[in-house]
Design a protein around this ligand. Structure first.
Ligand SMILES: CSC[C@H]1O[C@H](OP(=O)(O)O)[C@H](O)[C@@H]1O
Length: 341
């Protein structure tokens, strides 16, 4: 959110080559940005959707000179934003929180009510930033000096409201002088690792190496990985985790190589309404994201391709789930219920 009240988002599809800020004048623009992954990352998607609701309320007020009846008038906007991507629970968590704010702000009128919604969206973003810092400190305490971490996808500032989840822990380790190296998985097909995590690590001068997804097992076998830390898009009530495609394979490799596999996730990514990983909807994206790279075909014309954007890691493969309010261990159903009281 710019000082003059305009919303802009860094177009993550253009990184690392170009830093292009996209104006987000309407909730439709926000929805397009989420759907097309200009903005991506579970917490960041939730924050963007929250601002999308506030933008819609401002448009209604400007068009009708009234902020009355927003509870009804915003219903199609919630639905439009909810249809963008199905897996990251943060999107739905943020929309529910904004719905609650809309109801509670009915005591206000006009511009004051609209301003209250922007304040709530800003609060969601700030809370995520603060949560990242707490999660970073808690996670960094798990490791000693000379730690070598492997990570997948992008879970940093581009994906959250702050320093990141898994990358927030990596940053905390680096700042504590305990991080020897980070192995960054490229994360085909969108290349969040190759394009975004590398960009963030270079900015912070974090010692790191980009590897292809197919190299992960090799470096584990070479004894060069002390732990794997990844993010999450949805944590089910039994501790199963949906995260970027390729996560499950890393967890299985960790089990074989006896390397601890950690998930870093804020409480806003925990979904106690979903009993287990089987119930999590896995987003299926365009096969073109697999058959093309920067618009250039890398597979024969007409070749079918699968493009599940996420996979599900069973809780049995997870050493601990690191949240801003504590580090959870199995049995996760008990630990999660205890955390969320
Ligand atoms: C802290 S980001 C969490 C999660 O979101 C990413 O998915 P996407 O890039 O498709 O939005 C990835 O799964 C990260 O681990």
């Amino acid at each position: 959110m710019m000082p003059d009240g305009r919303l802009e988002m860094l177009d993550q599809r253009r990184l690392p080559a170009e830093e292009v800020w996209l104006p987000m004048p309407t909730y439709e623009a926000v929805a397009d940005g989420i759907r097309e992954m200009a903005i991506r990352g579970a917490p960041a998607i939730g924050i963007a959707a929250a601002y999308g609701v506030a933008l819609a309320a401002r448009a209604i007020f400007e068009q009708t000179s009234s902020a009355d009846g927003l509870e009804v008038k915003l219903a199609p906007i919630y639905a439009h934003l909810a249809e963008t991507r199905p897996t990251a629970v943060n999107l739905f968590w943020a929309l529910e929180r904004m719905k609650k704010c809309v109801v509670e702000s009915a005591v206000l009128s006009g511009a004051a009510r609209v301003e209250r919604l922007f304040e709530e969206a800003a609060a969601i973003s700030k809370e995520d930033r603060d949560n990242n810092e707490r999660m970073g400190r808690l996670g960094a305490d798990l490791f000693g000096p000379g730690t070598r971490i492997m990570t997948h996808c992008n879970t940093g500032g581009l994906a959250t409201g702050g320093l990141g989840t898994a990358i927030g822990i990596i940053r905390a380790l680096h700042h504590a002088g305990k991080l020897e190296h980070v192995w960054i998985g490229e994360t085909r097909p969108y290349l969040q690792g190759a394009r975004l995590t590398t960009w963030e690590c270079q900015q912070d001068q974090i010692p790191s190496t980009l590897i292809t997804d197919s190299m992960a097992a090799h470096f584990m076998q070479q004894g060069k990985v002390d732990a794997v830390i990844v993010g999450a898009d949805r944590v089910a009530a039994n501790g199963d985790v949906a995260n970027k495609i390729g996560t499950y394979g890393l967890a299985v490799l960790c089990g074989y190589h006896k390397i601890p596999f950690y998930v870093a996730a804020p409480i806003s990514t925990i979904d106690m309404e979903t009993p287990s990983g089987e119930a999590i909807e896995i987003e299926q994206r365009s096969p073109r994201e697999v058959t093309h790279l920067n618009g250039m075909a890398i597979a024969p014309e007409g070749m079918d391709a699968a493009s599940p954007a996420f996979d599900m890691t069973p809780s049995s493969l997870i050493r601990a789930i690191i949240t801003e309010d504590g580090i959870l261990e199995a049995p996760y159903d008990v630990a999660l219920a205890g955390l969320l009281g």
